[in-house]
Write a protein that binds this ligand. Sequence first.
Ligand code: AMP
Length: 587
Amino acid sequence: MLFEDAASYYEKLESVTSRISMIDILAEMFGKAEKEEMRPLIYMTQGLLGPPFEGIQIGIAEKFAQQAIASATGFTKEEVVADAKRTGDLGNTAEGLARKTKLKRMSSRKQSVRDVFAMMLKTASTSGSGSQEAKIRNIAALLASASPLEARYIIRLALGKVRLGAGDATILEALSKMATGERRSKALLENAYNICGDLGKVGEVLAESGMKGIEKVKVSVFNPIRPALAERLPTSEEILEKMHGKCAVESKYDGLRAQVHLDKGKKRVEIFSRNLEKLTPMLPEIAEAALSEVKAERAIIEGEAIAYNEETGEFRPFQETIQRKRKHGIEEFSETMPLHLFAFDLMYLDGEDYLEKPYHERRAKLEYVIKGSKTIIPSGRIIAENPKELEKYFEEQISEGLEGIVAKDLNAPYVAGARKFGWIKLKRSYKGELSDTVDLVIVGYYLGRGSRAEFQFGGLLAAVYNEKRDMFETITRIGTGFSEEQMKSFKRMLDKIKRPGKPARVDAVVVPDFWVEPTYVVTVRADEITKSPMHTCGKEGETGYALRFPRIVSDGVREDKGPEDATSTKEIIEMYGMQKRVKVEDK
Ligand code: AMP
């Protein structure tokens, strides 16, 4: 197919106003393409040079595109800029100036879709010194042998600004119409797309071997699977009813969804986000753990990457995990704030497609392949048979700093790219907001591991004072926000008051690495007070109170306060009742 033909289809696409007409035009265009042209044509129609997960960008800046237009048309750069001001679109400027070109068309040979695509790809991969000049030359060469209409789309492609409005679903319907005459019979195509994440590949397979080939598209390592999504229901009763009275209930981590593709033979790992973008460079510790700790040659594992403090078992808020999205300092962050992958699914293992297998089987195998890994850990979960069990687990997760739970149908397959009732999420609708700080007594501390090993200090176990019982009841673990100085000084101070077992006046469920005599008080700020079975503060029956996301705000310990001057249990219960209730936004 000549690029000229593609360009005139593109022009038609821009002028129609109904989706159905778009599909008709696309179907006609795809129908005219040769087998080998399907991939490039589909990518270019979406303004891309490959599947989105490859992240190929031409990366031409406006001013270089202007230069390319100038050198291909004989106008000066200033004239190009002035015209672009008028049209507001460099593509239109390229087209207009090509019409009035001062130069002769360089070659009479017409360019095919593949010629243009190949040149764009070559331009995208040019890097290093002198690469901008080379990019300008390449684009200018394409323009020099292009018609005015082709020039419009060449420039838009080079700038990454092809906006034909053809989304994934539109293209799938157009392919369906091309193959079957029916735009609605796209289920098989959609399924193939969901498991390979690559519309170009779907188009190519369809052109090469028809619907028969499409049915055979299989999961493969390094082709991201479009993720399964969770439905929502408001109560634990409704969830259990939908799940026929029994289901798995997993912790819902608020981090980054990460699909890990591993091929040990090739020593290669790629990690994809929920939108199928590559996250690999951002998560070096997880990529490394996949290579060295997973018991598989080739696998696809899915989980949530989240900042987690191994020493104290604390989960950190989303804002801390997301710091990884920055460009610099990743190495440093992977030391000071290592992420962990809480794995919740297995889609492929050593030649076998796991998508169709029931959840319980996928989960059992997942646990086996990641057993022993420190960085890739199975997501927390229970099997619930009644709403009460589910609710208790839910409360526990909230108090641990997590978002809620995801209930999973024990017999459901992995449904790629769809929101189905095989997964049902339950999050809080409101959370409390704590405006005041609290003063807490230190009753124990944790050893440092990983990067903190040298300080022999990883965090504190802290308590409030229950006047009625004359007991210290734990309310939180604190594992972040310490400076090196603070770590050293806490370690020094606390070592002097270490106790071999739990001090008599301390009431606790969680056990620190070392107990200490309640002596020192620190001032702490937290996001909110939640109910929790993990802590003994105000405990009645099975639940007490806990602080979510605590951090120390006093500069070391409070010299002016003794342990009995700490915030009391009674105050915490009052503060819990007075917390401002704020709506939790659903993403
Ligand atoms: P939402 O984004 O609120 O629709 O919730 C679904 C998201 O929760 C998924 O995309 C995952 O990123 C995340 N998630 C966290 N923990 C789990 C889990 N155990 N199972 C499934 N998804 C989880």
